[in-house]
Design a protein around this ligand. Structure first.
Ligand code: FE
Ligand code: FE
Ligand code: ZN
Length: 278
C-alpha cells in the first residue's frame, strides 16, 4: 500500500488533522509545529494528542511528519538567531513526545556568507545540543534547492552534518523531489543514478520520508517553486517511477503542492492509482 498524505493546517489541533487526513484518502500527514512565520507555539493539549495517537493506530497510519518553522536558521551568522533556532527545535522535540515515534523535519539553514563548512559545523552543534538519547522522534534534514546560501542541496553536505552528530541513530533525511531536481539531481532521466549517489554518500537506510512535489522550474534552477503533481517539469511518468521504485516504495510520501483539500484528495487518488501492489 502507498503511504501518502499532505501538508495540513494545525489550526484545529491534532485529532482534527487525523480526521481530515482520513477524509481525503491519506494515511499520514505533515503539519507545522507552530506558525511557520511566528515563534510562539500553541499550548499543547495532551488529550487532543492522545486522541490522534489512538486514531492513527486504529487506522494504521504511517509515521507523521512534523515540520519546523521554515524561518528558523541554525546556521545564521547572528548568534541570537542561532540560539532562537536551537530553543525552538528543543521545545518542538519536547512537545513531540506527546505524539511519539514520529518524524521531525527541518531546513538545515542558510550560511549567509559564513561559508558552507561553518554552516555545517553550526547545524551539527545545534543537533548535538538538542538530541536526547531517550527521544522517540527521528529528526530529518530536508534536501534543499540551493536557493541563496542554503546548506543541504548536495548530498555530501548532508552527510557532513550527519558525520558530526553524535546521536546519528536519531537522524534521517527527508528527500524533497522538487528541491533535489532544483539542486541538479536528475530524478526524471536518471532516478537510479540519483538514488545510487544518495546511497553511496548518505546511505538509503537514512532516507525516512519523501516530500512529493512537482517543480515549476527545470533541473538545476535553484528556485524552489512547487507545482501540482504532473503539472511541472518533473511530470507524471517520473512520479510513477518514484512511488514504485524498490528503494522508495515503502517510504511515506507527503504532498506540499499548491492545493486546497479537494486538490490534495485528487492527487492522493491519482498517485494511489499509479502505485503497483506487489
Ligand atoms: Fe520544507
Ligand atoms: Fe519540502
Ligand atoms: Zn520547497
Amino acid at each position: 500500500m502507498l503511504h501518502i498524505g499532505c501538508h495540513l493546517s494545525a489550526a484545529k489541533g491534532f485529532f482534527a488533522m487525523g480526521k481530515t487526513a482520513l477524509s481525503i484518502g491519506a494515511d499520514t500527514f505533515q503539519f507545522f509545529t507552530r506558525n511557520p512565520r511566528g515563534s510562539r507555539a500553541k499550548a499543547l493539549d495532551p488529550t487532543d494528542a492522545q486522541k490522534l495517537n489512538e486514531l492513527a493506530s486504529e487506522h494504521s497510519f504511517a509515521v507523521l511528519l512534523a515540520h519546523a518553522p521554515y524561518t528558523i536558521n541554525p546556521c545564521s551568522a547572528n548568534a541570537d538567531t542561532r540560539a532562537f533556532a536551537l530553543e525552538t527545535m528543543q521545545d518542538d522535540l519536547a512537545r513531540l513526545e506527546a505524539t511519539p515515534n514520529n518524524l521531525y523535519n527541518f531546513h538545515p539553514g542558510s550560511h549567509v556568507g559564513q561559508g558552507v563548512e561553518t554552516g555545517i559545523q553550526q547545524i551539527a552543534e545545534t543537533l548535538n545540543h538538542i538530541l536526547q538519547p531517550a527521544q522517540t522522534t527521528t529528526v530529518l534534514l530536508e534536501t534543499m534547492a540551493g536557493k541563496g546560501s542554503e546548506v543541504g542541496s548536495q548530498f555530501e553536505e548532508l552527510r557532513e552534518i550527519l558525520d558530526r552528530v553524535s546521536l546519528e541513530a536519531h537522524m534521517g533525511i527527508c528527500l524533497d523531489t522538487c528541491h533535489v531536481f532544483d539542486a541538479g539531481y536528475d530524478i526524471v532521466n536518471d532516478l537510479d543514478g540519483v538514488l545510487t549517489a544518495f546511497d553511496r554518500v548518505i546511505g538509503l537506510n537514512r532516507l525516512k520520508a519523501i516530500h512529493i512535489n512537482d517543480s515549476i522550474f527545470g533541473l538545476s534552477s535553484h528556485k524552489d517553486r512547487h507545482a501540482k503533481i504532473g503539472e511541472g517539469k518533473i511530470g507524471l511518468d517520473a512520479f510513477t517511477r518514484i512511488i514504485n521504485h524498490p528503494a522508495l516504495r515503502h517510504l511515506p510520501f507527503y504532498l506540499e503542492t499548491p492545493n486546497e483539500l479537494p486538490g490534495y484528495r485528487a492527487e492522493i487518488a491519482l498517485l494511489r492509482s499509479l502505485y503497483r501492489e506487489i
